[in-house]
Design a protein around this ligand. Structure first.
Ligand code: KG4
Ligand code: ZN
Length: 359
């Protein structure tokens, strides 16, 4: 079964082909440069960029692989959560293709696609405990099978990626700063007492990262010289970063990874009756070196199989959407032309229709 996947929920336009769970090929156009000028994603610009790229990317992907729409069995597209205008571009494009080619459609939950993306690289053993850490979300999930995902906890304010990007912004680093923070962290030594593990004193699987940001801002108020460094690094490169800055980044990311570890441990204790077999991580922040090290330790301590996607599968891409579409089609879940795009903050309805793929 060949599934075409289309991703346009934020600032990456991604298209990919997945055949029977294996990636055939993918294309991606990032808009990061456009939004970097404004220090964050500008929704209207994002929609326009998706509109500019989606058709050309589709043509390039199909031509490169000598395929036409006739060869595609299922069309999968991100329906949410995301920026509404951006989602609409991908969804309208997918619906047009499906209508023109008489193909079945699958409206994909972007978060579920992130979580299961690692399944393209290694088998996921169910049930799994999943951590989704991206620019917009920090969620803990119980994953019973590829289409049964239950959210157990979520962030009450900033997402883990947002907490990274905002700290990077305070330092004067370019947007999105998560990856640069990680690079600086790798040159430093973490002080475990410098920053708090926010919201871990409550018996809840929810997160709140605002306390970590505030602590970082107060630390920078006490060290104005470090705050100024980011701009200089933009020009000179990170090899010119001071030890104090690198140590601060390492301490910040350690606090973030520790907070995630505490909540994951709590989830495993609270759901001790569930025979979890693997630990999953997904989303842009799952590319972070401290988060990956923490996940490795936790999996070992709790006797779970660790399933980490390779860094290129962590950030937004079309491959994970095509993969999720293939999983949905395997489970006989499809959407009619009337399905809607769902912006961030709203619940994605279970409005699929059930049909055996071969029916
Ligand atoms: O999953 P993603 O590509 O997009 C969303 O759906 O949000 O995640 C993007 C987020 C950004 O906040 C970015 O700064 C962060 O992931 N990120 C990182 C790293 N690589 C990307 N944060 C920390 N360390 C990294 N290595
Ligand atoms: Zn994402």
């Amino acid at each position: 079964m060949l599934c075409l996947g289309i991703e346009s929920s934020c600032d990456e336009t991604g298209l990919a082909l997945v055949r029977d769970g294996v990636c055939v090929d993918s294309v991606l156009a990032s808009q990061a440069d456009v939004h970097a000028l404004f220090g964050g994603v500008v929704p209207e610009l994002a929609s326009r960029e998706h509109y500019r790229f989606v058709g050309a990317l589709y043509d390039a992907l199909m031509q490169k692989n000598g395929l036409t729409l006739d060869d595609v069995d299922v069309i999968a597209v991100t329906r949410g959560p995301g920026l509404l205008g951006a989602l609409l571009v991908g969804v309208a494009f997918a619906k047009g293709l499906a209508l023109g080619g008489g193909k079945p459609l699958a409206g994909v939950n972007h978060l579920h696609a992130h979580l299961l993306a690692a399944g393209l690289e290694q088998p996921i053993e169910y049930p799994a405990l999943g951590l989704l850490v991206s620019g917009g979300h920090t969620h803990i999930y119980r994953v019973d099978d590829p289409v049964s995902l239950t959210q157990l906890g979520r962030t009450l304010d900033d997402a883990a990626g947002e907490a990274c990007d905002k700290f990077a912004k305070m330092l004067g680093l370019p947007y999105p700063g998560g990856m640069l923070l990680d690079m600086l962290n790798q040159r430093g030594a973490a002080d475990p007492h410098l920053f708090p593990r926010p919201y871990t004193y409550v018996d809840s699987l929810d997160f709140s990262f605002s306390g970590l940001k505030t602590a970082a801002s107060q630390w920078l108020d006490r060290h104005p010289d470090i705050r100024k460094e980011g701009h200089a690094i933009r020009d000179k490169g990170i090899e010119h970063a001071s030890e104090a800055l690198c140590n601060g980044c390492a301490s910040y990311l350690l606090a973030l990874a520790d907070t995630l570890r505490i909540k994951l441990n709590l989830a495993l204790d609270r759901y001790a009756a569930v025979p979890f077999r693997s630990l999953l991580a997904a989303g842009g922040v799952a590319a972070n070196s401290r988060v990956r090290a923490m996940m490795r330790d936790l999996a070992e301590q709790r006797g779970l199989k660790l399933v980490l996607p390779s860094p290129k599968l962590c950030t937004d891409n079309g491959v994970m959407i095509a993969h999720m579409g293939w999983l949905m089609a395997n489970a006989g879940r499809f959407h009619s032309q009337g399905f809607s795009s769902i912006p961030r903050g709203q619940l994605i309805p279970d409005d699929f229709y059930q049909k055996g793929y071969a029916d």
